[in-house]
Design a protein around this ligand. Structure first.
Ligand SMILES: NC(=O)C1=CN([C@@H]2O[C@H](COP(=O)(O)OP(=O)(O)OC[C@H]3O[C@@H](n4cnc5c(N)ncnc54)[C@H](OP(=O)(O)O)[C@@H]3O)[C@@H](O)[C@H]2O)C=CC1
Ligand SMILES: O=C(O)C1=N[C@H](C(=O)O)C[C@H](O)C1
Length: 243
């Protein structure tokens, strides 16, 4: 039984996390939100922190977890390169798990995408389409980027150097070897992702549909239970789920 502190506790995921933590037999140590609550005090009375909030909260979450000597799971998306570097530095001091998607289904999908990208030739174009609710603030989604990374790893290429995002106007033809991203926003969609492999005269579409946020919350709680007691380092959902 662990005490888990929630950063972003009043948000959509914060509420789902509280429900999943209670259902798992762990305890909610408390929560903080923008301008509400003291993150250092929360960390001091927690066995682990979970942060599904905003990239702006990241540094305070990492600093507080380090000061308290507890692990942290970061589910927030929209992180920039310097924020990933901050996570790498924190992982020298504490156990950190950062992921754009904590669900079992997406973790498995990423595995399948990596395999498909490795086995299909370069003449199979890769496009990733995601749809989310109208309140989402970042694009492409963290999951789309995670799936893009998996595809790039399978191909043995660097995602940053091969991404095509936000096509508009006279774009010219598709760059050879590109991984394309398209984002749709509307309604209350919890999360839909399709990875297309478009080859000569045939096409594979791999889709994950999130029916609600509890899949993310349950995955996060599983990750937290796995993370507590681990040596400092940066860990991943495939490690948690043994995939
Ligand atoms: N990894 C995964 O599996 C998943 C990741 N996510 C990600 O989790 C994040 C949150 O999503 P969601 O719950 O839908 O968003 P919400 O906007 O519903 O909730 C965010 C919460 O974080 C709070 N917050 C904002 N800024 C700060 C800050 N600087 N310090 C502390 N708290 C802050 C907000 O408070 P206020 O309203 O006052 O700003 C709000 O309570 C997003 O990045 C989303 O993409 C979502 C689902 C799954
Ligand atoms: O903001 C959301 O809602 C979600 N965010 C994550 C993402 O950016 O991929 C995970 C999930 O798709 C829901």
């Amino acid at each position: 039984m662990a005490r888990i502190g929630i950063v972003g506790s009043e948000g959509r995921m914060g509420h789902a996390l509280a429900q999943a933590i209670e259902a798992s037999g762990h305890d909610v140590a408390g929560g903080v939100d923008r301008g509400h609550g003291d993150i250092a005090q929360l960390a001091a009375k927690s066995d682990a922190l979970v942060d599904f909030s905003s990239p702006l909260a990241l540094q305070a979450t990492l600093d507080s977890a380090i000061a308290a000597g507890i692990p942290v799971l970061i589910g927030t998306t929209g992180l920039e390169a310097e924020q990933h570097a901050a996570i790498d530095r924190a992982a020298n001091r504490i156990a950190v798990l950062q992921t754009g998607n904590t669900s079992l289904g997406v973790t498995m999908l990423a595995h399948l995408v990596r395999e498909a990208a490795a086995r299909l030739g370069d003449d199979w174009d890769i496009e990733i389409v995601e749809m989310h609710h109208r309140m989402k603030v970042d694009a492409p989604s963290g999951t789309a980027l995670l799936l893009g990374e998996a595809a790039a790893q399978g191909r043995g290429i660097d995602l940053a150097g091969h991404s095509e995002r936000g096509r508009d106007g006279i774009t010219g033809k598709r760059a050879d070897g590109a991984i394309g991203f398209a984002s749709l926003r509307g309604g209350t969609v919890a999360g839909e992702h399709t990875v297309y492999f478009a080859g000569p005269e045939e096409r594979i579409a791999m889709t994950h549909l999130a029916e609600n946020r509890m899949i993310f919350a349950r995955g996060a709680v599983k990750g937290l239970g796995w993370l507590i007691g681990k040596a400092p380092g940066r860990y991943t959902m495939p490690q948690v789920l043994g995939l």
